[in-house]
Design a protein around this ligand. Structure first.
Ligand SMILES: [Zn+2]
Length: 289
């Protein structure tokens, strides 16, 4: 078992090489030496069954592992029953497509604070994720992992502690640790070897080694502002913001952990995911290479 590296959606180079359709992404990723593809439903679940199934078949043929990003419109932290129902609808729709594709993980944002305290929002979100998990199980999606994501804006729920606490609320929840978001949310503090090791230690302490070791992950460099946190995704070539990918690659190689790491760089997801995979392989003990 190895860590897997892949892209969020379709990078610029895919279009530049004349490809248009996500159905072609799995084989393209394999040719670029990558392992995973996160299909984007952030702006809504619009993909039809035939397309979803074709992406899934092509991914299995190419040996590409699929995950799916649920719509951004969810807000598990909002206690309003109508809002909760809408969130459930988006998550169930995302799971239906994930099932068609054979994707194993569905990434879900944790919600906006909207003037509630972080503790109030977290309590609501915990109850929401327990209900979401149950509804997904009842709908036949018990084999899909729901992955609450760490968020990058200050006014969003979802720092590492909050997401780990959410994941303790039910089985079948696995954190999506977005290291760029954590870096931006902490205004640059969560960066470098010591901070990275401490984050992974904390995940292991809360979730146990087995569950922590196969975490889901997003990675990109992200610009931030002191007031708001995350402002925009960058590429690895842009040196003015972090985080540096090397400490994470070194830490997971050294620990023998097997996360799925999805690169969310701005257009260069494929190139930057390959950088991470090379770093990771270089850090693996010689007997594993
Ligand atoms: Zn996300």
């Amino acid at each position: 078992m190895r860590a897997l590296f892949g892209t969020a959606g379709n990078p610029d180079r895919f279009a530049a090489e004349g490809f248009k359709h996500s159905k072609d992404m799995p084989r393209w990723l394999k040719e670029k030496g990558l392992d995973a593809y996160e299909y984007q439903c952030g702006k809504g679940v619009t993909v039809g069954e035939a397309t979803a199934r074709a992406i899934g078949e092509n991914a299995r043929a190419a040996g590409i592992v699929l995950s799916l990003h649920a719509p951004y419109f969810v807000n598990p932290a909002n206690p309003d029953p109508d809002s909760q129902e809408k969130t459930a609808g988006y998550v169930l729709a995302a799971c239906r497509v994930a099932k068609w594709m054979g994707a194993g993980r569905v990434v879900i944002h944790t919600g906006a604070l909207q003037k509630r305290t972080r503790r109030e929002a977290l309590t609501t979100a915990k109850e929401s994720f327990v209900r979401l998990r149950r509804r997904c199980d009842d709908a036949g999606y018990s084999d899909l992992l729901l992955c609450p994501e760490t968020m990058g804006k200050i006014n969003q729920l979802g720092d590492l502690e909050e997401v780990l606490e959410l994941c303790t609320a039910a089985d079948g929840l696995l954190p999506c640790v977005d290291f760029g978001h954590l870096y931006a949310h902490s205004l640059g503090a969560l960066e470098g070897e010591e901070a990275t090791e401490a984050m992974l230690d904390r995940m292991e302490a809360v979730l146990g080694t087995e569950r922590a070791a196969r975490f889901h992950s997003h990675f990109s460099k992200i610009a931030f502002t002191p007031k708001g946190g995350e402002s925009r995704h960058l590429t690895f070539d842009q040196a003015d913001f972090g985080p540096d990918p090397a400490p994470l690659c070194r830490a997971i190689a050294r620990r023998g952990w097997t996360p799925t790491v999805i690169c969310e760089s701005a257009g260069t997801q494929d190139l930057d995911a390959a950088v991470m995979k090379d770093l990771y392989q270089g850090f693996l003990p010689a007997s594993f290479r």
